[in-house]
Write a protein of this length. Sequence first.
Length: 335
Amino acid sequence: MIIGLTAPFAGFIADRIDRKRVLILAMIGYTIFGTAPLYLESLGAIIGSRVLVGLCEAAIMTCCTTLIADYWSGPRRSRYLGLQTLLASVSATVFLGVGGALGSSGWRTPFWLYLAAALLAVPMALLIWQPARSSEPGAALPPIPWRQLRMPCLVTLAGGIAFYALIVELSFVLDEAGVTATATIGALSALMSLATAIAAGSFAKLSGRTPRDLLPIAFGLAAAGFLIIWSSGSVAVITAGAVLTGAGTGLLLPVLATWATNGLSFSERGRGTGLWTGSLFIGQFLSPVLITGIAGAVGGLRPALGVLGILTAILAVTTLVIVPRDAKPLNITND
């Protein structure tokens, strides 16, 4: 929730000041606050450090996506937004696997992985450049095009619920199925992330289609995965459903990011991307809350995921109605 509320503010700073500077400072803060549980003893202090990690993550997500849209347009922008999701998913695959293995030696050990952000900050500072502004520093920013962003952000809010459902809940589903080894849960979660990466990698080739074409496919795959998990308590079936959902969400994220950022000018892009990022992470916050509430009503976690699968399938059909028929292909930009 912290990321969802602060991402728009990070976007405002990115538009007003300097995208690169905000990004590098956020990466350093991410390492400092991310590794804090290695030496903190108080539960309250550890929770506070997670809040600060969320603030840094909001800035990182917003600035990275904004810079990609700044640097490239048209098919190249689609390619790199897809690559962003692919690399994030590959990183999740690696870090989930390593984190699961490290977790077997103590609950604090996985927090050492946050040092990776500091190592990345050095080449980022050397290789990333701040794009030239189209207006004088300190000039009044143009208003945000709310009408243009309204529908992508609303769909992203719903998409965030689907995207993060298994990221949060898969370990609990596997635990119910009898998988208790931390390393095994990490490996199966990494397999889902790998499917997300592969689907994200396909986006560049699919970006000649419109969001009206691709959103039903992405939501449909995610829905099918949820329903498969509901159908059986077998570990093999649960894994297959998780992989299918991962593929759907891997396609979903670059579609939504490209749909939201296309057409934004340089002076609008940080705030527009911040709103989109905020919508995604508010969906993340709502996802476990919604699933827990449904689980209490229907008698379990897997049935709750089945209900989410039905709702996601309905959303897949709904996108055919709410996305305009004249929507442009995602590899066509106006800037």
